[in-house]
Ligand binder design. Structure first.
Ligand code: MD6
Ligand code: FE
Length: 212
């Protein structure tokens, strides 16, 4: 599979060290979606609880060596899916290749993702402003892939009070960020009603990380 760079995409530096690779995953969306459906069938999506006892509006699952979890004990990575007591599904080759090539496209040349968090949003679902800081090595970037209906990504700064910029994300878009922007607050605004021809009224986001 060397198809990733065969279709046109554009690269935009949103803020320092954060890149939008517009339509980067479009060339391979069929195989990526097939692999996504296989993961979801092995490790079903579920709504996790926050430490404060709220139910998250995005449903989540994982693949890779480590999976991200949230419950009454807080946020962490774990090698097993607590719902099945099994390891998370393997990270498919299609996912690994996309994440590594996208990271390199943004200048991060030795990205070694061991965790892929999968978020599923229905219309109206959102994700509040947060920082990704549960990973051991924050020198590694995060690669984020969007499929399905569009969303508005909010990107702020190092404090929650910093102003955010709004970045529309559509099916096939990839965001890569690390370096100076790695700990910036970010979130997803409530999704508006749309329908995607393959995925229906849902958005899927894959975030790849080196967690362990
Ligand atoms: C989302 N993304 O796009 C949520 N985190 O649905 C994230 O929380 C995220 O896109 C770190 C890096 C990139 C992201
Ligand atoms: Fe995040």
């Amino acid at each position: 599979m060397d198809l990733f760079n065969d279709m046109p995409f554009s690269k935009l530096e949103i803020v320092k060290d954060a890149y939008l690779l517009k339509a980067y995953a479009l060339a391979n969306d069929k195989v990526l979606i097939t692999d996504l459906e296989s993961i979801i069938s092995q490790a079903p999506l579920r709504h996790m609880m926050t430490k404060m006892g709220f139910t998250m509006s995005a449903a989540m699952t994982n693949c890779g060596t480590l999976g991200w979890l949230s419950d009454c004990k807080g946020y962490r990575y774990a090698v097993k899916n607590p719902l099945t007591d099994q390891p998370w599904p393997l990270m498919p080759a299609s996912f690994q290749q996309l994440a590594i090539l996208a990271a390199a496209e943004a200048g991060f040349n030795d990205f070694k993702p061991d965790a892929c968090l999968i978020n599923q949003y229905r219309v109206g679902a959102s994700m509040g402003l947060h920082q990704d800081k549960n990973e051991l090595d924050i020198h590694q970037p995060v690669v984020s892939v969007s499929f399905g209906i569009p969303a508005i990504f909010q990107l702020g700064g190092l404090t929650r009070a910093d102003k955010t910029i709004k970045i529309p994300l559509e099916h096939g878009d990839v965001v890569v960020w690390g370096g100076e922007s790695r700990l910036y607050f970010h979130g997803i605004a409530p999704l508006k009603m749309h329908t995607h021809p393959v995925l229906g009224a849902y958005r899927y986001n894959l975030t790849f990380r080196k967690a362990g």
